[in-house]
Design a protein. Structure first.
Length: 390
């Protein structure tokens, strides 16, 4: 009952936030955000920052990884990852599954990379043969993939793509902004060199933190650069000593950390650690299954064309015949905030429902009912379909 957290019962109940980020946050996260700011050298902040950095290795399953947490959004995390391993003239292959893959290509180009894009039809993932062919042809320094493209709800086969990159001597870089903390991602076992996310999606904190996990080959690529990264703020060399210092509880200064967000991130990561990543990934899969059963019962068609490449952190659904984007406002009137389309090819034809973080049976029921009512349907059938997956 996350949406029933209003302190004063006379306040109107806040609508339930079910977009693909920002998401509902738990009470301890909210409390951390609302507390008076601490000094960035305060032992309480230092202890929380240290724990957050350590806990991030468990979330990314990267025991040998270096976490970097800085003020910024997911787009800065994308740029930070790229700026530190790519030099002017390097080649990159982008596995394109939608809007955010196109953004990654632009970031790479801005930092001087020659980019080869391997795309597919809307709602599809390029075949592994096509990806391997592109990598063999381009001989890139880095292969990037969007784990979950938030514009399409397409889930990419990161393990297989990282294996292709590794077999051809390229680094693998995963945009995990809509996946880390919700989808299965095992950086070390899958050989993923760099992954990134932001605080406001499946990690369950408010927006404002860019998070990068760099494994040894990525750090080595950074150290082997001939030229410094073109961004001062995003340079690993500036942040590395700071992250190591905070983790060792001996704080150091480069740029002021967003102290409330760090406290909030630690509160959310502590909750994630209590649940355990395996259980959390399984719960996201269960929630996605229940949601999908409800969509099918209502006759809604998914944008991802195959179940195997459908995200567990959000649903992207075509409007049924005779329904347009005004559905989003009608669902809002029913008490749930969902999102419209984002991919330029189909922006007005579909909507998106986020289901990451602390989503459970209550949130599934509230969301499914609101959408059914906004579509003029009796919610009972869709609710029964969702519950049948429990
Ligand atoms: C949200 C998102 C981004 C961008 O993150 P911002 O915090 O909005 O900058 C990048 N990639 C993916 C996959 C996302 O879902």
């Amino acid at each position: 009952m996350l949406h029933a957290m209003t302190k004063d019962s006379t306040e109107p109940k806040a609508p339930l936030l079910m977009i693909p980020g920002p998401i509902e946050v738990e009470a301890p996260v909210l409390a951390a955000m609302g507390a008076p700011p601490l000094s960035h050298l305060d032992p309480r902040l230092v202890a929380a920052f240290s724990r957050a950095l350590t806990l991030l290795r468990d979330v990314f399953l990267a025991p040998d990884g270096q976490p970097l947490v800085v003020a910024g959004s997911g787009t800065l995390a994308m740029e930070m990852a790229v700026a530190n391993v790519v030099e002017r003239g390097d080649r990159a292959v982008v596995v394109d599954t939608g809007y955010f893959s196109a953004r990654m290509a632009r970031v790479l180009e801005r930092h001087g990379a020659q980019v080869t894009v391997v795309g597919a039809e809307l709602g599809e993932v390029p075949t592994l043969d096509a990806i391997e062919g592109a990598v063999r042809g381009a001989r890139p320094k880095v292969v990037t993939v969007t784990h979950v493209d938030t514009s399409t709800g397409v889930l990419a086969p990161v393990r297989e793509i990282a294996a292709i990159a590794g077999a051809h001597g390229a680094l693998s870089l995963v945009d995990g902004v809509c996946s880390v903390g919700g989808e299965a991602l095992d950086m070390a076992a899958w050989g993923v060199d760099l992954a990134l996310t932001a605080s406001q999606k499946a990690l369950g904190a408010p927006p404002g933190l860019a998070i990068v996990m760099a494994r040894p080959r990525a750090m080595e690529a950074h150290r082997a650069r001939k030229t410094p990264p073109a961004s001062f703020y995003a340079d690993f060399a500036e942040w590395l000593p700071i992250m190591k210092a905070y983790e060792a509880k001996t704080p150091a200064y480069f740029a002021t950390p967003p102290v409330n967000l760090i406290m909030a991130l630690e509160a959310s990561l502590a909750s994630i650690a209590r649940e355990g990543m395996a259980a959390r990934v399984a719960r996201h899969a269960h929630v996605a299954k229940a949601m999908r059963a409800a969509w099918t019962q209502m006759g809604l068609r998914s944008l991802p064309r195959q179940a195997s490449s459908s995200a567990h952190t959000l649903s992207a659904l075509y409007y049924p015949d005779g329904v347009d984007a005004s559905l989003v406002a009608r669902v809002r009137d029913e008490g749930v905030v969902i999102a419209g389309g984002l991919h330029p090819e189909a922006r007005t034809k579909y909507f998106r429902v986020g289901h990451m973080g602390n989503t459970g049976d209550a949130e599934i029921a509230t969301t499914v009912s609101a959408i059914a009512r906004a579509l003029g349907k009796d919610p009972a059938g869709a609710l029964a379909a969702a519950r049948s997956q429990a």
